[in-house]
Design a binder for this molecule. Structure first.
Ligand SMILES: NC(=O)c1ccc[n+]([C@@H]2O[C@H](COP(=O)([O-])OP(=O)(O)OC[C@H]3O[C@@H](n4cnc5c(N)ncnc54)[C@H](OP(=O)(O)O)[C@@H]3O)[C@@H](O)[C@H]2O)c1
Length: 250
């Protein structure tokens, strides 16, 4: 029997690292990608039989295409690609720059594209594969203090939905993951009540359960996600007024 092989980008810390460890416990061999080889080595040392180090920067298209080939040569065909790498730079009117917008699009959106292109070709040829893209509840509607980050995540939700439509019935499964607030290095400096957040290990439990399900959108923690989803249904003017008045300030 061939072994189950997963590729996780942004696997060196936070949600990605916790999910890699969770999948490893279930017998998946997980290729872990991130820009910090040191962090990945420390993670892989925890379970060397199942966690494998494949460092790389998702903003480099050629490198990502080569990485997919290397992983498959070393470990066998990838069955699950969790495209999860991301960065967050808080911005609002006071500090908005085109450079911070570009930087986040480069990693969060084009980074996904650079990984999606080679893996999608493989999955199309095999008529089999599972692609999961990590977006965010910040992608549902505009969010105060996260203008650019929210825009990248909205783009990913749309991209995943388009991909799901394109691949429906083809043997390729597509899901989008919209976490609420998870306690990771990314959110450590954000001010929010901890009672609304979740630890990465608990998030990984929910994420892996979601991957096994038929839902398109995987959300956790559900109460935080619901609190973001319901206002997102409001008419634009009412939503903008409420979000301006009640969302946290930078
Ligand atoms: N935490 C939350 O509350 C939350 C909520 C919604 C969505 N998300 C999303 O969940 C995903 C994981 O975030 P996290 O919270 O777990 O944060 P994190 O711990 O900071 O993880 C981010 C990961 O992305 C990797 N990464 C960043 N730039 C990269 C690049 N250019 N190439 C390859 N890897 C890169 C990082 O690896 P290196 O440091 O090694 O580069 C790290 O492994 C992100 O897409 C984030 O937007 C998080």
């Amino acid at each position: 029997m061939t072994q189950k092989v997963a590729w996780i980008t942004g696997g060196s810390s936070g949600i990605g690292a916790a999910t890699a460890q969770r999948l490893a416990k279930e017998g998946w061999v997980v290729a872990v990608t991130g820009t910090s080889p040191g962090k990945i080595e420390v993670l892989c040392d925890k379970d060397p039989k199942f966690l494998k180090s494949y460092p790389g920067d998702v903003t480099k298209p050629k490198l990502m295409a080569e990485l997919v080939e290397t992983i498959e040569q070393d470990l066998g065909p990838i069955q699950l690609a969790l495209l999860n790498a991301g960065i967050l730079v808080e911005d609002g009117v006071e500090n908005f720059t085109a450079a911070t917008l570009k930087k986040q699009f480069d990693v969060n959106v084009l980074g996904v594209g650079n990984c999606l292109e080679p893996i999608l070709k493989k999955f199309q040829d095999r008529r089999y594969g599972h692609i999961a893209i990590t977006a965010s509840v910040a992608g549902y509607r505009g969010v105060k203090g996260m203008m650019s980050y929210g825009a990248t995540k909205a783009a990913l939700i749309n991209l995943a939905e388009g991909l799901a439509i394109e691949t429906e019935g083809s043997g390729i499964k597509v899901q989008v993951i919209c976490p609420g607030m998870i306690n990771t290095p990314m959110t450590k400096d954000l001010e929010f009540p901890k009672k609304f957040s979740m630890e990465p290990e608990a998030a990984a439990e929910k994420l892996v359960a979601g991957l096994k399900s038929r839902v398109f959108e995987i959300i956790f923690p559900w109460h935080f996600c619901l609190a973001m989803k319901l206002p997102a249904l409001l008419p634009h003017r009412l939503y903008i007024w409420l979000a301006h008045k009640y969302f946290r300030k930078l």
